[in-house]
Ligand binder design. Structure first.
Ligand SMILES: NC(=O)c1ccc[n+]([C@@H]2O[C@H](COP(=O)([O-])OP(=O)(O)OC[C@H]3O[C@@H](n4cnc5c(N)ncnc54)[C@H](O)[C@@H]3O)[C@@H](O)[C@H]2O)c1
Length: 254
């Protein structure tokens, strides 16, 4: 896979151990200009230091809250000012809350839905006009096995609902913009170890019981997910759209 001359915007890329940062590593090492977007300013500073080493400084950071439409639009304008285009959008920013259904407040529901889903809508709306003009685009949205199998190990029903919404949204976008040679796909990771989303929640006992349910016998790593994202974002994946790629070691097969 080669991403020379390609511009990629990745949300939630600040977190050092996260899927977004690893995707930035893999794409920048393959030649991409990378825009790292995150709400966490200190994460962005360290992301810039790291990623700019891999792509000769073709790196830009943007502090943004994906739920703020104005901020999202302003951010995409800045990317266009600097790089002139966005070839690839990776909607990766997300949060999860392990709350049981009777305890989910309206505020928490909105927070989880807004970051995972509404942010994906706002970013998609902001980049699509440029992708349409270019008659080229790759959108990869991060869903989750939780949205398919009913509940996550560390996520509540609000998270499952939001991720299922991301998948449905992505399929609809795939149909809507296919004529412009823009693809839109999702990846649905199973549990990925070591990221902030699972931090502090894993016990040795829990890890052993989770592994028992995974035919490949290990918990997923950020590299596993980032490689699949890179594939769907690549030029060669241009005839795949509306697809959801499961990355779960076989823990959920449908
Ligand atoms: N880790 C897993 O087991 C797992 C499994 C399936 C899906 N996912 C999904 O993968 C994606 C990445 O998660 P991760 O595990 O790397 O978690 P992470 O917490 O390490 O990274 C998430 C990033 O999103 C950023 N973010 C949060 N709210 C934001 C906002 N409002 N605006 C902009 N940025 C914001 C955070 O600052 C962080 O850098 C998420 O969508 C998550 O739901 C994770």
């Amino acid at each position: 896979m080669n991403f020379d001359e390609q511009v990629v915007l990745i949300t939630g890329a600040g977190s050092e151990k996260g899927i977004g940062r690893e995707t930035a590593r893999q794409l920048s090492k393959r030649g991409a200009s990378v825009v790292l977007a995150d709400i966490d300013e200190s994460g962005l500073a360290s992301a810039f230091d790291e990623i700019s080493q891999y792509n000769n400084g073709k790196t830009m950071t943007i502090k943004l809250d994906v739920t703020n439409k104005e901020e999202v639009n302003r951010s995409v304008n800045k990317v266009i000012d600097k790089f002139g285009k966005v070839d690839i959008l990776i909607n990766n920013a997300g949060i999860s809350r392990p709350t049981s259904v009777l305890d989910i407040t309206e505020e928490e529901w909105d927070l989880v839905f807004n970051i995972n889903m509404k942010g994906t809508l706002f970013l998609t709306q902001a980049v699509l006009p440029y992708m349409k003009d270019a008659n080229y685009g790759r959108i990869v949205n991060i869903s989750s096995v939780s949205g398919k199998r009913g509940g996550g190990i560390f996520g509540g029903s609000q998270y499952s609902a939001a991720k299922a919404a991301v998948t449905g949204f992505s399929k609809a976008i795939a149909r809507e913009v296919g004529e412009f040679q823009i693809t839109c796909n999702t990846v649905a990771p199973g549990l990925v170890g070591g990221t902030n989303i699972t931090e502090g929640l894993m016990t040795t006992e829990k890890e052993l019981s989770i592994k028992e349910g995974i035919p490949l016998g290990r918990i997923g790593e950020v590299e596993d997910v980032a490689y699949s994202i890179a594939f769907l974002a690549s030029e060669g994946a241009g005839y795949i759209t509306g697809e959801e790629l499961d990355i779960n070691g076989g823990s959920h097969i449908d």
